[in-house]
Design a protein around this ligand. Structure first.
Ligand SMILES: Nc1nc2c(ncn2[C@@H]2O[C@H](COP(=O)(O)OP(=O)(O)OP(=O)(O)O)[C@@H](O)[C@H]2O)c(=O)[nH]1
Ligand SMILES: [Mg+2]
Length: 294
């Protein structure tokens, strides 16, 4: 019988996908010779029964715990039992950088892999957009966005199973992280919104002041494609009273005005002088006052 292994980092939704695929007929058992527990179940692919295994979570194929060791053993045996074994690599779409590390290792080992981009719902919430087609092209294996808790994408995942492929991606082992970076930076992941309310400390150059809208793993490199310009906050609202100020060479003239549009520091806006009712164009100062432009 063919096997499907659900593999991925810890806490990415493997077990939820597993139960979506298998329903209730599952067996928990220990991996031979260990106390590491894993779950097996069955599903039908077409008319054919296949075994599904919920493999313990692992960050890579260099095991550092008994559970990871089991995961690695299972990965190693996939494919060797017979044609048709497939690894569904479940990845956390909000944390591609860390997750693709394992993906690349699986691909490198020549396993037939299918990627489930799980937690797809979360990417929307935190403002990441991923170009799935591009990612698929680069990795050379099918990539299916899923939301395990609602079941979104699970059907598509199953229908892509026959198309799971062994790797087409080549890279040198010591360049693995670099490769991950390349994949991420090729406009596959865009952080759509970045903002910061923190002042810029002296000596910093852009991109300081960008707060990622996704959790970035330690040591991530922030690349230009991942960031957008910081926009200073709106300090003048429409119809807000503003102090019109001319402060030059000992001359201080003030008047009250009403802003006709919202604005940030440095913007030019139209302001209506309350006394004369005349409309002037003025530049917004840091302190929220405005200075007429002559
Ligand atoms: N928002 C959201 N939450 C999810 C999704 N899939 C799983 N979760 C949640 O993520 C958490 C982890 O899910 P599990 O299925 O236990 O993850 P796992 O990969 O089996 O974790 P380990 O067995 O510890 O490696 C649970 O709280 C799930 O409810 C998803 O697509 N969207
Ligand atoms: Mg689990």
């Amino acid at each position: 019988m063919h096997k499907i292994l659900l593999m991925g980092n810890p806490n990415v939704g493997k077990s939820v996908i597993f139960s979506r695929l298998t329903g209730v007929n599952v067996i928990a058992s220990n991996y031979p010779g260990t106390t590491v527990e894993f779950t097996r179940g069955r599903m039908k692919l077409g008319n054919e029964p296949v075994e599904i295994i919920d493999v313990p979570g692992t960050y890579d194929l260099d095991p550092t715990s008994p559970a990871e060791e089991v995961a690695v053993q299972m990965a190693k045996s996939a494919g060797s039992m017979g044609e048709g074994d497939v690894i569904i690599n479940v990845v956390d779409a909000t944390n591609l950088e860390r997750n693709l590390n394992l993906t690349l290792q699986l691909l490198k080992d020549g396993k037939p892999v299918l990627l489930a981009l799980n937690l797809w719902d979360e990417t929307r919430h935190i403002g990441i957009s991923i170009d799935v087609e591009k990612l698929q092209k680069i990795l050379g294996v099918p990539v299916v966005p899923t939301c395990a808790i609602t079941g979104e994408g699970i059907k598509e995942l199953v229908s892509e199973l026959p198309h799971a492929k062994a790797n087409t991606l080549q890279y040198k082992e010591e360049k693995r992280w670099e490769k991950v970076g390349e994949i991420i930076s090729q406009e596959n992941v865009k952080i759509e919104e970045t903002l910061s309310h923190y002042p810029e400390p002296a000596g910093w150059k852009p991109p300081f002041g960008l707060v990622a809208k996704r959790r970035l793993p330690a040591n991530s490199v922030i690349r230009p494609q991942m960031i957008g310009p910081v926009r200073s906050p709106i300090i003048v609202k429409r119809n807000q009273s503003v102090l019109i100020k001319i402060d030059r060479l000992g001359l201080l003239v003030t008047a009250m005005g009403s802003a006709m549009q919202e604005a940030r520091v440095g913007d030019f806006i139209r302001v209506k002088n309350i006394d004369s009712q005349r409309i002037i164009v003025a530049k917004v100062n840091e302190d929220g006052t405005v200075e007429p432009v002559f």
